[in-house]
Design a protein around this ligand. Structure first.
Ligand code: PLP
Length: 429
């Protein structure tokens, strides 16, 4: 239980009822009906506890927000100390925290990225990236992949699936062109007219279930951008910050993006902040009108304090070694499990601790998610391809915890095979 008494609701049943009544009935009901009636209570390291007391190993990590674990002690210490001197700050003015984080981010970035613009979340950062590209090129069109997910703010939502854009009349097919992933001909055709401001790409598209880019695909997209005067925006909100064993996944492809976006894990899940790293070619608006993007909480100083500590932890050689160790251990364990259920567990997509598990049912990951939940593991299905389970071990998980995770995973996958088979048989009869 919590140490404070600000809440007026007590039991889990009351929280669910009030959430349905005052917060979000659609979400509350969706999870209850999916067999995941989770109300997160305690959280520590790579564990979360439901209000019922159920302990879960977290391999959702909120898309990497908790890469370093929940309430990582070093981050708690940094932000607690930070609170003695800082608050959000005043976004209009230069500040020591914002300047220090900008310098640190540029220090980790691919060469050629020279300035940092802050947002308060990933969607806002994507909007900033798109506005920046439009200013730099004086073009309006943005190309993204079908089933892209770059957030739900005004411009970001238009790059993604119709499910989220159309509901709010935010689809803009004349300005936002969508092409199939890994299809270079479609990308070339979209860029051919020479009116595209930027291609925006996640290095590995998370919400689509982490399909891996075909060898040479991203490199060829970069070349097409250069040929047609378009910019390359790398969305590293989920793939950055060491998850692939490098600080930024895009560097594994030898690509220097014109714009790089980071968020989620940037402040270790302790304080919202996101950042856009831009090249000198794209930085013109920051001189022309430095007030052109305004965000009261963008670059909040406490967020900067947490992010500086996060970057420092992610940059340690031992963190890199842990990521390589965990990806090897968990990858091998998953392949062993797959060998036992080859007709059900049909594929493993992996780059470091970025992992997508494929199942032989269009909604297979929902079955597995439910069974894992009952066995103390929290992993989420991919919204835009529910055949695939997002499986995201943390950067600092201990070998013992990885072993426990694999044991529970094997049992859940086996049980889900039975449940999915039963559903299939039921739907045939
Ligand atoms: C790749 C990617 N980009 C951008 C976003 C948007 O971030 P936020 O939810 O902080 O607005 C997300 C969120 O899941 C994401 O996965």
């Amino acid at each position: 239980m919590h140490d404070y008494d600000v809440f007026t609701v007590g039991s889990k049943a009351e929280v669910l009822a009030k959430s349905r009544e005052f917060w979000n009935p659609g979400k509350t009901d969706f999870w209850s009906e999916s067999g995941v009636d989770l109300v997160i209570d305690r959280r520590e390291s790579y564990f979360i506890w439901d209000m019922s007391g159920l302990r879960l190993i977290d391999v959702h990590l909120n898309g990497g927000t908790y890469n370093l674990g929940h309430r990582n002690p070093e981050l708690v210490e940094a932000i607690t100390t930070g609170m003695r001197s800082f608050d959000i700050g005043n976004h209009h003015f230069p500040s020591s925290a914002r300047a220090a984080l900008a310098e640190a981010l540029i220090g980790t970035a691919p060469a050629g990225l020279t300035k940092v613009v802050y947002g308060s979340g990933g969607g806002e950062a994507i909007d900033i990236a798109i506005k920046t590209a439009r200013h730099a090129t004086k073009r309006r069109k943005i190309v993204s992949i079908i089933k892209a997910y770059h957030g739900h703010t005004g411009l970001a939502v238009a790059t993604g699936d119709d499910r989220f854009a159309k509901l709010f009349l935010s689809d803009r097919p004349d300005e936002f062109v969508h092409v199939p992933f890994n299809d270079l001909d479609a990308m070339a055709a979209a860029l051919q007219p020479g009116d595209v401001a930027a291609v925006i790409m996640e290095t590995i598209p998370a919400t689509y279930g982490f399909p891996l880019p075909a060898p040479g695909y991203l490199e060829a997209v970069r070349q097409l951008c250069d040929r047609h005067g378009a910019l390359y925006i790398a969305d590293e909100v989920q793939t950055g910050l060491m998850r692939t064993g490098e600080m930024w996944a895009i560097t594994k492809h030898g690509i220097t993006p014109d714009i790089l976006v980071t968020g989620k894990g940037l402040s270790g899940g302790m304080y919202p902040i996101a950042a856009v790293l831009v090249s000198e070619r794209c930085a013109g608006w920051l001189t022309e009108d430095g007030f052109a993007h305004i965000s009261s909480f963008g670059g909040a100083e406490l967020g900067c304090v947490a992010a500086l500590k996060t970057l420092e932890i992610c940059s340690r050689p031992e963190t890199r070694s842990m990521v390589h160790y965990i990806s090897d251990l968990v990858g091998r364990g998953l392949r062993d499990i797959q060998a036992r259920y080859p007709d059900w567990f049909t594929g493993i997509r992996q780059n470091g601790v970025v992992m997508g598990l494929e199942f032989a049912h269009p909604e297979g990951a929902k079955f597995v998610m439910r069974e894992l939940y009952q066995r103390g593991v929290w992993a989420i299905f991919s919204t835009l391809d529910p055949a695939v389970l997002q499986y995201k071990p943390g950067l600092l998980m201990t070998p013992e915890l990885c072993e426990e995770l694999l044991e529970r995973t094997e049992s859940g996958i086996g049980r889900a095979a039975v449940a999915a088979g039963r559903e299939r048989a039921g739907s045939r009869s």
